[in-house]
Ligand binder design. Structure first.
Ligand SMILES: Nc1nc2c(c(=O)[nH]1)N[C@H]1C(S)=C(S)[C@@H](COP(=O)(O)O)O[C@H]1N2
Ligand SMILES: [Mo]
Length: 314
């Protein structure tokens, strides 16, 4: 593991069709209007017909979350294929070719494997808006208004069979397009259980603040799993495999004492080298308490029966 300092760890149509999901209210297809991001600010009811995006731990929590500015989301990153420093990915030349881009879905658990063009993925599935907390294992956090599609929708299209127990994600690993490709001795790999992958919170993000993802955020499509540490949310995905056995993810492989498979956020289980009880909100001063499952316990706690087992929390 390349270490620069003690704080370092593991650590991109679009307007064709668009839907905003409101919990319990069904799906509303709306045209894109002005550039006021009403829904992002919870002001939807007052100044437009936009309904607030939904998920989760509720509407209340969603509205009270203070959004991290776009410049911060695109300026402070972990994307080692573009360098180890937090501003390296933002400063890197824009060498990633995101169009054309294909995502392959296969594996023994897929009865209908396929190779999908990114434009088709975006055109065929409803693009949803979700404001999620984002918590890096390095104990910093942001609040990000993502645009994307449910991973579950992509998986269903692949007709998963009974052998689909886990999902393995593979990132582009191209030395021509990424100055630090191969830092992990191969592509960046991540994994989820099929239940985690099918959870409605789990997104394949294609945008932030209604803009296509920047290279540094994992253009053109990246995973977002809001109740897990950030390293689970792998960027610039080229392949999704439905597999039978638990895949070994990159950080687990790098250091199995510090990083495992599940990596669910839990303030009670410290990282071997620092506390996970609190987090630094990037762009603000001070720290805030970290929440169990990063605030999404209502949605995902049932997936992990034993809350005292460290196995689930690193
Ligand atoms: N391919 C790839 N995906 C990656 C990483 C990486 O280095 N390479 N870093 C991970 C880590 S540690 C974090 S915290 C998040 C950061 O996402 P952001 O820069 O969009 O906030 O991306 C994750 N996905
Ligand atoms: Mo991270």
């Amino acid at each position: 593991m390349p270490i620069k300092s003690s704080t370092i760890t593991p650590e991109k149509i679009y307007k064709k069709r668009r839907t905003l999901i409101a919990a319990g209210l069904g799906v509303l297809a709306l045209p894109i209007v002005d550039k006021g991001y009403a829904w992002f600010n919870g002001k939807s009811q007052e100044n437009s017909m936009f309904l607030p995006p939904q998920p989760t731990t509720g509407e209340q929590q969603q509205k009270s979350l203070e959004l991290t500015p776009l410049e911060t989301i695109t300026g402070y990153n972990n994307y080692y294929e573009f360098g180890y420093g937090k501003d390296d990915p933002a400063k890197a030349d824009k060498t990633l070719i995101t169009s054309p881009w294909t995502v392959e879905i296969g594996g023994v658990g897929a009865d209908k494997p396929g190779l999908y063009d990114i434009a088709d993925i975006k055109g065929e599935h409803a693009i949803e808006n979700h404001i999620y907390r984002f918590r890096c294992v390095e104990a910093w956090s942001m609040v990000i208004p993502w645009n994307g599609i449910k991973l579950a929708d992509m998986i269903k299209a692949a007709k998963p069979n009974s052998r689909a127990k886990y999902v393995r994600f593979i990132t582009l690993n191209d030395t021509q397009q990424m100055p630090n490709a191969g830092w992990a001795n191969g592509p960046y790999v991540e994994g989820l259980t099929i239940e985690e992958a099918m959870n409605p919170l789990t997104l394949m993000a294609t945008g932030v603040y209604d803009k296509p993802l920047e290279q540094q955020n994992g253009a053109p499509i990246r995973l977002v799993v809001p109740w897990k540490y950030g390293f689970k949310s792998s960027k610039s995905i080229v392949k999704i495999e439905l597999v039978e056995h638990m895949p070994q993810n990159t950080w687990w492989k790098q250091n199995d004492r510090e990083y495992g498979f599940y990596a669910n956020v839990n303030p009670q289980f410290d990282h071997p080298r620092w506390s996970q009880a609190t987090e630094r909100v990037i762009g603000k001063t001070g720290r805030q308490p970290t929440l169990l499952f990063n605030g999404y316990a209502n949605e995902v706690a049932h997936l992990y029966p034993d809350k005292n087992n460290r196995l689930f929390f690193y």
